[in-house]
Design a protein around this ligand. Structure first.
Ligand code: PXG
Length: 450
């Protein structure tokens, strides 16, 4: 054997250092690969970069790491689970933890949302919820209810169902004809009426009445479900006007339409005091979609909670018949279930949902202190969510805010940007001092922008 390295070894070394093969999701691949930004570890409120810098996480990863990073309880639960039972078939077989997790999630859901279907992501949760809504009407003899109603600027993940009901143009326009029979409500964002509102804006409940127009246009007997994010996150933090969600609920109930709240971002304490935004706003949907905070981003997992009446409608016919022809190889994966149970323990032990409520006024005040800085045209907040909207550079949308993102990263702060909006959603364990640090850094960066 010669001392020169084998071809296989050389290939492996080349592969390890080559950034080319990985096609990054929702990223400017060529720009990134010229000047990569890499995280190599994380602990509690901080990431560490490959050049050893600490970066304060003001976005909980991508809205998911609600309990902070690398929490020993979750790490231990995952390690133990993968050793004990790495995988169990999801169809026609079970394992104890998935039943326990479903029961625990059900207790956190409002009203009679007491059955839980597991998925692996928010996108899968949305597609699952839409399919359950269609099938629910079908099994009840109302197969004509096939239309789905979403909302402009809505984000419901990237499955074909999700992009069809979603309302973000770039996520739709490249991908063909999408689902048919989909309509959209108007979005609720209005700078003229609501700029710089702290919390829920007063203006805009009437925008829900557009649902009546759509119902009249198509006939209620053709409509299966309405899906909205109670607080829209991805599109730049758009809050529901006072009375808006209540109005949607009323109209759906009146016409026998299911109301789906997409709580992939809002569930698990993000808006405060309660597990869900539904409970926070005291509006009862028929279905809630979740992901992210369910396992605090540690192991991929999503879930769909459905009202008892929906589950019961499927539990008809012979007992040996499969009731819903839907599911994933990894639905309720044991390792994800273990991570989910440990995450729910942390929420409970540390009172993190209540903590959001306690910190929200401090967060609001610190965030709104950015009012008056150059380029800032709106500031919005609820719970531990914040958004700062900047005036875009004419002809160069997103450029100014991306510069802010890069500068913050250099200064040890991770923010998220969408359009010309900065979105913030820190882990719920954040301290007041760290809140001050976020807005101190951000103020400095915004002042320096061209
Ligand atoms: N619904 C909602 C409301 C979401 O916010 C999804 C569905 C899809 O989840 P998955 O797990 O399939 O990605 C989401 C995801 C951002 C950002 O920075 C937001 C999301 C994902 C990535 C980035 O705003 N939301």
């Amino acid at each position: 054997m010669s001392s020169t390295r084998s071809t296989a070894q050389q290939h492996t070394e080349h592969a390890a250092n080559n950034l080319e093969s990985f096609w990054m999701p929702f990223s400017a691949n060529r720009q990134f690969k010229k000047k990569p930004r890499m995280f190599v570890s994380a602990k509690d409120m901080h990431y560490t970069t490959d050049d050893g810098r600490k970066v304060l996480d003001a976005t909980a990863g991508l809205w998911c790491c609600n309990v902070g990073h690398a929490r020993p309880k979750i790490v231990a639960a995952v390690q133990k689970q993968i050793q004990e039972l790495d995988y169990a078939p999801a169809f026609q077989m079970g394992h104890p933890k998935v039943f326990e997790l479903a029961s625990r999630v059900a207790t956190l859901m409002p009203g009679s949302l007491d059955h839980v279907f597991f998925t692996n992501s928010g996108s899968e949760s949305v597609d699952t919820a839409l399919k359950i809504a269609l099938a629910y009407h079908n099994v009840r003899g109302q197969a004509g209810r096939t239309r789905l109603i979403g909302r402009e600027r809505g984000y419901h993940g990237v499955g074909f169902g999700g992009i069809s009901v979603g309302g973000i143009v770039n996520n739709r326009k490249f991908f063909g004809s999408l689902l048919t029979g989909v309509d959209h409500l108007p979005h609720t964002h209005n700078l003229k009426e609501n700029a710089y509102t702290k919390g829920i804006p007063a203006w805009g409940a009437h925008l829900a009445d557009d649902l009546e127009r759509i119902v009249t246009l198509h006939g209620p007997e053709t409509i299966a479900a309405v899906i909205v994010e109670p607080v829209a996150g991805s599109t730049g933090v758009l809050l529901p006007p006072k009375g808006y969600l209540e109005r949607l609920r009323e109209i759906c109930t009146k016409h026998g339409i299911l109301l789906i709240f997409d709580e992939v971002i809002t569930a698990f304490g993000r808006v405060g005091n309660t597990a869900t935004a539904a409970e926070f706003f005291d509006v009862q949907p028929d279905i809630i979609t979740m992901a992210k905070g369910l396992t605090a981003g540690t192991i991929p997992m999503g879930a769909v909670a459905v009202d008892k009446k929906i589950y019961d409608a499927f539990m008809q016919g012979p007992e040996n018949a499969i009731e819903l022809f839907h599911g994933y190889t990894y639905s309720g994966h044991p390792v994800a279930a273990a991570a989910g149970l440990a995450t729910l323990d942390i929420y409970q032990e540390e009172g993190l949902f209540e903590r959001t409520k306690e910190l929200a006024p401090y967060w609001e005040q610190a965030l709104h202190s950015l009012k008056g800085l150059p380029h800032v045209i709106d500031i919005r907040n609820i719970g531990l969510i914040g958004a700062v909207e900047l005036e875009g550079i004419p002809g160069k949308p997103t450029a100014r805010v991306f510069e802010a993102f890069l500068q913050c990263f250099e200064k040890g702060l991770l923010i998220r940007t969408t359009g010309d909006i900065i979105a913030l959603s820190p882990p719920l364990i954040i301290s007041k001092q760290q809140i001050d640090e976020i807005f101190g850094t951000l103020a400095g960066v915004i002042k320096s922008l061209a």
